[in-house]
Design a binder for this molecule. Structure first.
Ligand code: KIV
Ligand code: ZN
Length: 551
């Protein structure tokens, strides 16, 4: 294998949360959120971070460039002491490849990932080229990428439905042109584990020069088989897996990082493999990605779902009390999950609060962030006798994983009931520092609050999704609300590399409170602030692009 850090027993983790994951409908992230997630991926021990698709928009370019510059050099907490490789995606043409290179080149270790479809259905209907032209384009693209950078990955898109013999030809040419990693995507999630494992073994055995490159797999979850297919690929010889946190991604999503990593970790005698991942960072990374993208994790999701380590049936609880291995194949602590317990009360001080947050993995909060979170904790402890770890995590997500407050929520007041028209009064502080107040009627208390906020902020939008969850049991539980909105007039756009079409942008927001109307109002302000920040980010990035061109 080409890369000297690879030993045959190590499966490299290529995380594409910030590229394929961000293509999930609605998972728009701003630059600062992407940088925070990239930092966390580095702490988690990801080997390669696909930071984005730089040609897609000036905002994407800027995000990849800043990740390369700011996160690219970090080595803290990483098992092998090496920084992450920062990777940018490019279609197989010079303009895309140059743009990807310019975005990643500041990282000490960087990679260009270029792709071209190889299935007859894509060649005929999407690209309108024949097989010969496809091979020519791959050779030109990979050679050009290799002239810029020593680390080049090539993916034959829709490999899962491509003719294996044609794939051998294409991949052989890609190796000759200088590719160092060959990634085999099941783009539409069509294959089954036996088929996909067979394909990987066939390609490794038949492609000339196969032993000079790293083989990689990239699966989508349309039939719920992404993890199984990925592991079948690994058993067939792949030593890089392309995955996302919580399995987010196009349609039904990509392979979930946590599932593949924990399968390899939990079954050493079956796989005889290892990864560079610090598994204790998994829960924290999952929560951060969920909070920033607004993509709620289903409760029964493997490894990171709220019920993944909960034992409900009496017979299971009895077994667990006698010996945890009766029903538990992984310890919750291994994935960084700490049993929810009474940790702090209203008399607890700042020191105890900070120590508990550090134990939960929040060891890099600034003094200001800690102050804000501590005030929130004190207010919560006044209302709620039992403050659990889950409550603390909700406070952190609500205070820290938030966009800059362009508009700030001061107060809301609602009146509602089965004999009155729901009415809300809100007070906000605007970007100019002035206080604004207004009132509105609605179909319910949350609608009334949203209408009143709309009257002040004046950004017409449609509410696409609204979810509310209690983070702990009991009537005094903290509620977490996650919402998604779509602005009516969308200026900027982002290119979807698979469809080549601009994708409509939506913005998520989340909020937490013991009062569900307050949690909903906070979530709405979070989504609106994200939308407004994205608009000013777009203006700033295009001004920067103009300045670069003129300079
Ligand atoms: O699913 C896919 O084919 C991709 C490629 C760009 C690797 O995401
Ligand atoms: Zn994909």
């Amino acid at each position: 294998m080409a890369n000297d850090q690879i030993t045959q027993n190590t499966v490299l983790i290529f995380d594409t949360t910030l590229r394929d994951g961000e293509q999930s409908p609605g998972a728009t992230l701003n630059v600062d959120e992407k940088i925070e997630i990239a930092r966390q991926l580095s702490r988690l021990g990801v080997d390669i971070c696909e930071a984005g698709f730089p040609i897609a928009s000036p905002g994407d370019f800027e995000a990849v460039r800043r990740i390369a510059e700011e996160v690219g050099p970090l080595t803290e907490g990483r098992k092998n002491g090496q920084p992450m490789i920062i990777c940018g995606l490019a279609r197989a043409n010079k303009e895309d490849i140059r743009r990807a290179y310019d975005a990643v080149k500041a990282a000490p270790r960087h990679r260009i990932h270029t792709f071209l479809a190889t299935s007859d259905i894509h060649l005929k209907h999407k690209l309108r080229i024949d097989r010969e032209e496809c091979i020519e384009q791959v050779i030109t693209a990979v050679s050009y990428a290799r002239s810029l950078c020593d680390d080049v990955e090539f993916s034959p898109e829709d490999a899962g439905r491509s003719d294996p013999e044609f794939l051998v030809q294409v991949l052989g040419e890609a190796i000759k042109a200088g590719a160092t990693t060959l990634n085999i995507p099941d783009t539409v999630g069509y294959t089954t584990p036996d088929e996909f494992g067979w394909l990987i073994r066939y390609l490794i055995e038949n492609t000339p020069g196969a032993d000079t490159v790293t083989w990689s797999v990239h699966c989508h979850n349309d039939l719920g088989l992404a993890t199984a297919n990925t592991l079948a690929g690994v058993q067939a010889g792949a030593r890089q897996v392309e995955v996302t946190i919580n399995g987010i991604g196009e349609r039904a999503g990509n392979t979930a990082l946590e599932e593949v990593v924990m399968a390899i970790h939990t079954r050493p005698n079956f796989f005889h493999l290892t990864t560079n991942i610090d598994t204790t960072q998994i829960t924290r990374t999952s929560r951060m990605v969920s909070a920033y993208t607004g993509m709620v994790v289903q409760p029964n999701k493997a490894i990171v779902g709220a019920n993944a380590f909960a034992h409900e049936a009496g017979i299971h609880q009895d077994g667990m009390l006698k010996h945890h291995q009766t029903y538990e194949i992984m310890r919750p602590e291994t994935v960084g999950l700490h049993a929810s317990k009474l940790v702090l009360g209203k008399h607890s001080g700042r020191h105890a609060f900070r120590v508990r947050l550090q134990e939960l993995g929040y060891d890099n909060l600034s003094k200001e962030e800690l102050d804000v979170a501590f005030q929130r904790f004190k207010r919560l402890a006044d209302k709620k006798k039992v403050v659990t770890d889950a409550d603390l995590e909700a406070i952190i997500a609500d205070e820290i994983y938030q966009p800059p407050e362009i508009w700030k929520l001061n107060h809301i007041q609602v009146s509602c009931g089965d004999h009155s028209i729901p009415t809300a009064t809100v007070s906000l502080t605007g970007p100019d520092g002035q206080v604004y107040q207004d009132a509105a009627l609605g179909t319910g208390p949350v609608d009334a609050v949203y209408q009143a906020i709309n009257r002040i902020v004046g950004v017409p939008n449609t509410l696409l999704e609204f979810t509310i969850n209690a983070v702990t049991e009991g009537l005094d539980a903290v509620a977490e609300t996650t919402i998604r909105i779509q602005p009516h007039e969308e200026g900027g756009y982002k290119l979807n590399p698979q469809t080549n079409q601009p994708s409509a942008r939506t913005f998520s927001g989340h909020g937490a409170s013991t009062d569900i109307v307050v949690a909903s109002a906070r979530a709405y302000m979070s989504a609106l602030n994200k939308l407004l920040a994205a608009r000013s980010e777009e203006v700033a990035v295009s001004e920067l692009a103009v300045a670069h061109t003129e300079g």
